[in-house]
Design a binder for this molecule. Structure first.
Ligand code: BTN
Length: 306
């Protein structure tokens, strides 16, 4: 959101204010105040005219300005109603040199999942991609996928949903898929140039409208009522920012919320299947499996709980 517009909104959040008081506080003309108020109304903010001033009466349910309003993390939001894929858009922004941008959409028409599968993304979900440029080697990038899984799981649990993480990057409720995460990156071996962490959050969507193979669920379905997508998105982005700022905190948080640890698993890896009990996670995101032949560390693969 434009800087002055943000400040107008912050000032109104503190309570009703007169046009002259706002103009004084923000050091702009009264005409400029009016122009920003009109622009905010167009973005969906309900700003009522009272006496000779304005009062904030409502915030839009979703969208870029809504999510930026009150967001306690240093991300710029790139909002879209409908877009083919937030990850594709974030990759384009990365090529243009952008950083700390979150591409956010209500609907995707060409959403992609892992292994280039289709990701169905109807209106009512939270489809977002975080573009960042961490100063780490490429080999460490998987930790950002784990951080995203922890961030969404925390937000879901705060919203009253018993979400758990399945290695490496699914968030489940009672075995049903709530969230999928797709991380893409570019760089040299010793340094990441950019990472795009795409999160597909089945928020206020009907699980019956999603493909059945993943046995999907949604926040609305689990709660029995819609989730506030604006607040939920803010909690996810704030948690993700906290975790990426303190990488050592990611693995302990992942362990706390994991459903995979302690379970018998079968992981299809490039070198064949690995079967046994999942006993731990190792930086930057490898699963340690206790097999009949001893412990095996698996860095990638499709994991089934047996
Ligand atoms: C999976 O296969 O489980 C990962 C799904 C990731 C989907 C998200 S939705 C937002 C972002 N944009 C995409 O096209 N994909 C990711």
């Amino acid at each position: 959101m434009q800087e002055t517009r943000h400040r107008v909104l912050d000032a109104l959040a503190a309570g009703p204010a007169s046009g002259p008081a706002l103009a004084d506080e923000l050091d702009i003309s009264r005409a400029a105040v009016w122009k920003h108020v009109e622009a905010l109304r167009e973005e969906g903010f309900e700003i009522e005219s009272v006496d000779d001033g304005y009062e904030l009466a409502g915030v839009p349910e979703f969208g870029g300005a809504a999510v930026e309003y009150g967001l306690d993390a240093p991300f710029e939001i790139d909002p879209h109603g409908s877009i083919p894929s937030t990850n594709a858009r974030a990759r384009d922004l990365a090529a243009d040199g952008a950083e700390d941008v979150v591409v956010l959409a209500d609907e995707q028409t060409g959403g992609r999942g892992r292994l280039d599968r289709e990701w169905t993304s109807p209106s009512g979900g939270i489809w977002l991609s975080v573009l960042c440029r961490p100063d780490v080697p490429m080999a460490h990038a998987p930790v950002f996928t784990l951080a995203a899984a922890v961030a969404v799981t925390r937000a879901a649990r705060e919203a009253g949903v018993d979400a758990r993480i399945k290695w490496p990057n699914d968030v489940l409720v009672d075995g049903r898929k709530l969230v999928g995460i797709l991380t893409e990156m570019e760089g040299e071996a010793d340094r990441v140039s950019w990472v795009v962490v795409g999160m597909g959050i089945n928020a206020n969507v009907d699980p019956d409208s999603l493909p059945t193979d993943a046995d999907p669920t949604s926040l609305r379905h689990e709660r029995g009522e819609p989730v506030d997508r604006r607040v939920f998105t803010q909690r996810v982005l704030e948690a993700f920012h906290d975790l990426r700022s303190d990488i050592d905190s990611v693995l302990p948080a992942w362990r706390e919320h994991a459903t995979t640890l302690g379970k018998r698993v079968r992981v299809e890896t490039a070198d064949g299947p690995v079967e046994g009990e999942a006993v731990d996670i190792r930086f930057p995101g490898a699963l340690v499996v206790d097999t009949d032949d001893g412990e095996v560390t698996v860095t990638a693969g499709d994991c089934d709980h047996l």
